[in-house]
Design a protein around this ligand. Sequence first.
Ligand SMILES: *Cc1c(COP(=O)(O)O)cnc(C)c1O
Length: 239
Amino acid sequence: MVQTVKVPPEFSYILENIKEISYNVNNAKAKYRSEGDTVEIMAVTKTVEPEKVNFAVSQGITLLGENRVQEYLSKKDSYDKSAKVHIIGHLQTNKVKYIINDVDMIQSVDSLKLANEINRLAEKNSRVMDVLLEVNIGDEASKSGVSAQALYELAGQISVLDNIRIRGLMAIPPIGADESVFEHMKELFEGLKEKKLRNMQADVLSMGMSGDYELAIKHGSNLVRIGTKLFGARKYMEV
Ligand SMILES: *Cc1c(COP(=O)(O)O)cnc(C)c1O
């Protein structure tokens, strides 16, 4: 249920932003996508106080994106537990143990080493972890992610791990990337689905941020990750 009463004035801009983003998402869906397609809006919470995050949750945002394990651990007890949490930032192998029982998905899997550790700890905790494979679609040295060329080989290797379920792909296209880059991601996603790998249910294409979510929806994204457009400019630079 979305609350409509008593919006604290200091949070009202968040409500306005949610309305605007939802409106734009619905427009892009109507323009570019098939009837019945869904696009989920994730709130990216880096540097944002839990009170603001919880306000967004009270207004219908049901998915949170966490970049840094340290920051997440310091905030998670204050979060409204009704929202799901996905790890979206680069995840070091030695940090998996801190989040394995708390998060619903890890979107930033880009190596077999990381997948092996997720699988090992998921098994130990009697669960199956949903993951996305992060693709470095712009081949940028500064970004993590598996290259497009190596993607299917990595997917094949991960698919034998029984405590991991591959749910799809994630990407951060380069700033100002043209549409062909987004379309390439869509093709990789469609190609992945055709592989019919074990332990795979490829139904998530996580692509699109504050500056490009409409374009991403045009090219098949069904999960957009929004930070600045939702909560305003961040207080410090992120990695
Ligand atoms: C910060 C971040 C976002 C959100 O970026 P905005 O441009 O602020 O919307 C999305 N995805 C990832 C992986 C991020 O690190």
